[in-house]
Design a protein around this ligand. Structure first.
Ligand SMILES: Cc1ncc(COP(=O)(O)OP(=O)(O)O)c(N)n1
Ligand code: TZP
Ligand code: MG
Length: 208
């Protein structure tokens, strides 16, 4: 996929696993896609998350929903799920499987990489990734091992150095502050709780 097209597809990027949902995750994703999310990341991770066969089964259902609505389907961390779920790509962080290995393993898939600070940016093979996830932008309680919030200045800094890389902000982003992230130069916002904890998912997605 061309950079410009990917950037467009990352505009409203919903990240979620069953552990984040109070409703059924399948129903949650259905509401979110119907309201207009453009990308989805299956992040089945942390306390209360599914593993093994149950994770795979849920992944299949979520994948199907994305396929029906032409929503990008990205797997978080789990390289072994990319093939069975026919995912569009994978998102990894600095402590996950290396981008160099991933690129060799799956030359055609979308690879997203988290970059939280200057050291990580300088250490990362940005030329091998399709998009960057920058954050946490604001403070978040959703990810227990999240790094310190970096603010929208971090979006501006990455955009300044990489004018055309598809870029999303993540961490503590909601309907009130999403505009700031976009104005700083992001192509999209990646959110968990702004959707999973919303009283009205349709309204939340639309307001983003
Ligand atoms: C779009 C996006 N950006 C950043 C992250 C965080 O990835 P990572 O640092 O590997 O942390 P985990 O999500 O694996 O806990 C992300 N998932 N998505
Ligand atoms: C996965 C992830 N990576 C950095 S912050 C974060 C959690 C985002 O969750 P929320 O949108 O609820 O702050
Ligand atoms: Mg990770």
């Amino acid at each position: 996929m061309h950079k410009a097209m990917l950037a467009k597809k990352l505009r409203k990027y919903f990240v979620m696993g069953s552990q984040n949902c109070s409703l059924d995750p399948v129903e949650t994703l259905k509401l979110a896609v119907e309201a207009g999310i453009t990308a989805f990341q299956f992040r089945e991770k942390g306390v209360g998350s599914l593993t093994g066969e149950k994770k795979l089964e849920l992944g299949k259902k979520l994948r199907e929903i994305c396929l029906e609505h032409n929503v990008l389907f990205i797997i978080n961390d789990d390289v072994d799920l990319v093939k069975p779920l026919e995912a569009d790509g994978i998102h990894v962080g600095q402590e996950d499987v290396s981008v160099n290995d991933l690129r060799k393993l799956m030359p055609e898939k979308i690879i997203g990489l988290s970059v939280s600070n200057r050291f990580e940016l300088e250490q990362s093979p940005i030329h091998l990734v399709d998009y960057v996830g920058a954050g946490p932008i604001f403070s978040t309680t959703t990810k227990s091992d999240a790094k310190a919030p970096v603010g929208i200045e971090w979006i501006k800094a990455i955009r300044n150095e990489y004018p055309s890389i598809p870029l999303v902000g993540i961490g503590g982003i909601n309907t009130t502050n999403a505009g700031q992230v976009m104005s700083a130069g992001a192509d999209g916002v990646a959110v968990i709780s702004a959707i999973t904890k919303a009283e009205n998912i349709e309204k939340a997605v639309k307001n983003l």
